[in-house]
Design a protein around this ligand. Sequence first.
Ligand code: 5GP
Length: 198
Amino acid sequence: MARLTVITGPSGVGKGTLVRQLLHRYPAIWLSVSATTRAPRAGEVEGESYFFLSREDFERQVRDGGFLEWAEFAGNLYGTPRQPVERQLALGRPVLLEIELEGARQVRRTFPAGRQLLIKPPSLEELERRIRWRGSDSEEAIRCRLERARVELAAEAEFDAVLVNADLGEACEQLERLMDLGSKKPPGGGLSATGPLD
Ligand code: 5GP
């Protein structure tokens, strides 16, 4: 079975950018698309950024056992659709989940062999600056995200490895090392589809 990697880190820490960079370099990695009840942000695409669901539909999927994990974050529900993850793992593809702390804890119970990485900001002040710069959250949502950030950062010891995202290039290289990608990259720069993270 290919390895499952969970990436967690406060909202605004730059997980999304890091993950996009990683997928660009290693197209064989499969990134799970989550479901959420949050409203789409400008530029977000249904089925690519998220599956945007009503609370009713989300709760129905919870009842049907459709999520590998799910959690409430800043007033919205987020969950990882179970079937696609199980299918990709069965196909031998390395799977990446980008989820918050409560979800990571649930996945740790279901997939104890999975690798769990925490991405940290250089400081809480820098994190707040990045969240405000994004400009998509209300003051209440910003306060809530910063509060959750403190909780996530305090859980550092639960993770297999911690990475500080100060410089994007450096953080990406560190992430590749933590995922054991560097040494197994074929000369073409891509990644073999046979499970480089196994
Ligand atoms: P955002 O609203 O900024 O896209 O995401 C808010 C938080 O929800 C982020 O920390 C993100 O990692 C997390 N998140 C996204 N998808 C999921 C998911 O499927 N499950 C859980 N537990 N958290 C998620």
